[in-house]
Write a protein that binds this ligand. Structure first.
Ligand code: AQP
Length: 326
């Protein structure tokens, strides 16, 4: 069975972008692959979160993943800091990534532009991400489009390691959905929807109550004109809403274009809001049940044990090959 690895940062309430771009694929792949899914709290350290908030968000993100359909009996779900090998390999791969490579990462350029304080961790983040993936001999990494460049760097680092120390690492492939790989902000179709955006009207949170979802969608920016058709170049905002509608309802974009021919943005957005509310309703109900039952800690503990059983022998081989065992 081929191996899948992916991670998600506990940097806030997950958004519809995280769900459609990544989590939906994670759920589908659990039926056919050996999946390792990780709440990457060490990555969240790059923005220096409040300790209590980080703890809360970590549990909440894990519960959300199970609520969205991950079956803890089928997948290995764990917290990154519970498996110390991630940090160790992360450091070693940092020493193999060049300053030039890390400086070219678009996500670093975008994120550092918005911040007053830019930590060293934010810069070297992709080396830790490479470690996460390579520790598990991963074949496939289901991610949103924004992670494509990091995946390419992961492959380059793996190749460099293999050439220098012997072929240990599997070269992973990205698995990015054709539709939904980049869900855009509701207030700016040029920017991706992001959970750490300070404007809550820019995203739909997976825990947003129905009325908040309705308000956010009715307020979402649209384009000039009133026709509803898919044209990401010229009608970015409406194309983004059509993508969300299609993925949440299961209807094709062509069918939606036909349905809304000659009808205005108002009617379209009203229907879209109901579709999103219905899509999130069962996830929210399961999330609330899980948070009350407190089972999530148990799931994560078991997952960490399973992850360690794969990561520890791999790390041992790395130490041996790199001359760290004396
Ligand atoms: N807007 C998006 N459209 C499609 N996929 C997305 N992903 C994130 N935003 C979108 C995918 O979700 C997975 C988990 O992302 P992450 O939390 O690890 O980090 P991120 O990519 O930086 O996501 P955010 O929401 O923008 O987080 P913050 O605001 O904390 O930086 C990834 O597979 C990602 O591609």
């Amino acid at each position: 069975m081929k191996r899948v690895f992916s991670g998600i940062q506990p940097t806030g309430i997950l958004t519809l972008g995280n769900y459609l771009g990544a989590m939906k694929q994670w759920v589908a792949l659990q039926e056919t692959h050996d999946c390792f899914y990780c709440v990457v709290n060490l990555h969240a350290m790059t923005v220096m979160p409040d300790a209590e908030e980080l703890r809360e968000n970590t549990l909440s993100v894990a519960a959300m993943l199970v609520a969205a359909g991950l079956d803890p009996d089928k997948v290995t779900l764990f917290v990154q800091s519970d498996v110390a090998e991630h940090a160790e390999l992360g450091w070693l791969l940092q020493c193999m990534a060049t300053f030039g490579e890390l400086s070219r990462m678009t996500q670093f350029k975008e994120k550092s532009r918005e911040k007053e304080v830019i930590t060293g961790g934010l810069f070297s983040y992709p080396a830790l991400m490479a470690a996460d993936i390579l520790l598990y001999n991963t074949h496939l990494v289901p991610v949103g489009e924004d992670q494509r460049q990091h995946l390419e760097l992961t492959r380059d680092i793996a190749q460099r390691f293999n050439n220098r120390y012997g072929g240990l690492f599997t070269l992973p492939e990205p698995f990015i959905p054709e539709v939904g790989g980049r869900i855009m902000s509701l207030d700016d179709p040029e920017k991706k929807m992001s959970k750490s955006n300070p404007n809550p009207n820019s995203y739909i949170g997976l825990l947003d109550p129905p009325d908040t979802i309705r308000q956010k969608i009715m307020r979402a920016v649209t384009d000039s004109g009133r026709e509803i058709y898919y044209d990401p170049e010229n009608k970015g905002a409406v194309s983004n809403l059509l993508t969300i509608y299609s993925l949440c309802s299961g209807k094709t974009i062509e069918a939606l274009e036909k349905d809304y021919e000659g009808r205005g943005y108002g009617e379209f957005k009203k229907d879209l809001a109901e579709v999103v509310v219905e899509c999130l309703k069962p996830i929210q109900a399961r999330y609330n049940e899980l948070k009350e039952s407190g089972n999530i800690n148990e799931i994560l503990k078991k997952g960490a044990g399973k992850a360690r059983a794969v990561a520890a022998p791999m790390m041992d081989k790395v130490r041996e090959l790199m001359g760290l065992k004396v």
